[in-house]
Design a protein. Sequence first.
Length: 437
Amino acid sequence: MNPIAVQLNETIAQGNPDLLEMLSPLGRALFFPKGILSQGAEAKEKAHRFNATIGIATDSRGTMHLDSIMAPLGDMKPEETLNYAPSFGLPALRELWQDALRGKNPGLQDKPISLPVVTAGVTHGLSTFADLWVAPQDGIVLPEMMWGNYGLIFAVRKGARILGHNLFNNSGGLDLDSFARTVRVEAEARGKAIVLLNFPQNPSGYTPTEAEYDRMADILAETAANGARVIAAVDDAYFGLFYTPEAARESLFVRLAHRHPRLLAVKLDGATKENFVWGLRVGFITYGCPVTGDSRPVYEALEKKTAGCIRGTISNASHLSQRLVLQSMRNPDYPKEKQEKFEILKRRALRVKQVLADPKYAEAWDVYPFNSGYFMCLRLKSVDAEVLRVHLLDRYGVGLISLGQANLRVAFSCIEENDIQALFDIILQGVKDLAKS
């Protein structure tokens, strides 16, 4: 093993030996290399005459560039957009995102957490998390209604086992008994449980209540207290898009970050949905866990392993994308702009609830609980979801997502408020068409 990796592992073990045991074999081997990067950093500081270290091209104007590339970027400079970003991400953006995390989650104010590491979107963040913490044949606790890409990331790429649990009970809330059973069975069998928690949830659009969050945190903390090592990945891709009073406003990460030494909380979030910049691909990984003594060296070691993983896959996330997000977040109008877009989505969600309260739909489907995010789901009663999806697309030009035999996902995020009634009436007509045939 590389001596740098050995040193990082020793630092982690000194602060919390269970963390070292949680790392995958790849995670234990990862490190952030010195070599060219550290030599280049030294040269940047001291090479006042010639600096022939960095792998970019320069000319008399500074960073060499095409004017046709820079022209659409206005006053932005090539050095701020075209050069490589650090594998950790732009320092200013990392610090600003951490400040924003504390602002959006007041429960984090007095809790040490790592400095977020920048990823190329939340999907890349999940993949990086998998590299560091998931070994082949590890179990990943996930609801049976889940985002399909989890299967590619964890089962296909990492060879992990997906351990499904029921998402909802018959009372309109989470089936936490099913969740607890799945976690405990895996913990008792293997002494380790990896749990992926995604709220607002894709595809259902549900965020738990405060009481549900409390119980979920208790389940995981009790599992850790009983001797298992628990890794809780909190996928907060749609964080902040909460539309009804009962939806908890803070991330579950807050309740988990310092709950038990054998419980590691990993927050995966990003500007992607929160700031409406899907294609810019700017995400973040943040760690929270109890540490003996000064937590900073342990967090820095985790950040270096994470940045080493990024260095060994994509090198770094886009500098231009990071710079655009940073400048937006510094803009005085940023909070107002975000609130305006939030209100549009909230009105659409509440309009969906209003429309679906009409009893005329009751024979065709049940509505899964939803209160947040981009989506909601229908549970069809009499027709196959895929057959209905194809029929609606071919006959009416309406596109939806089928999930299994009975579930249909509707992305109200991309439907104008005044079109919502027509959308569900067409879906109902499609059900009737198939019933006749």
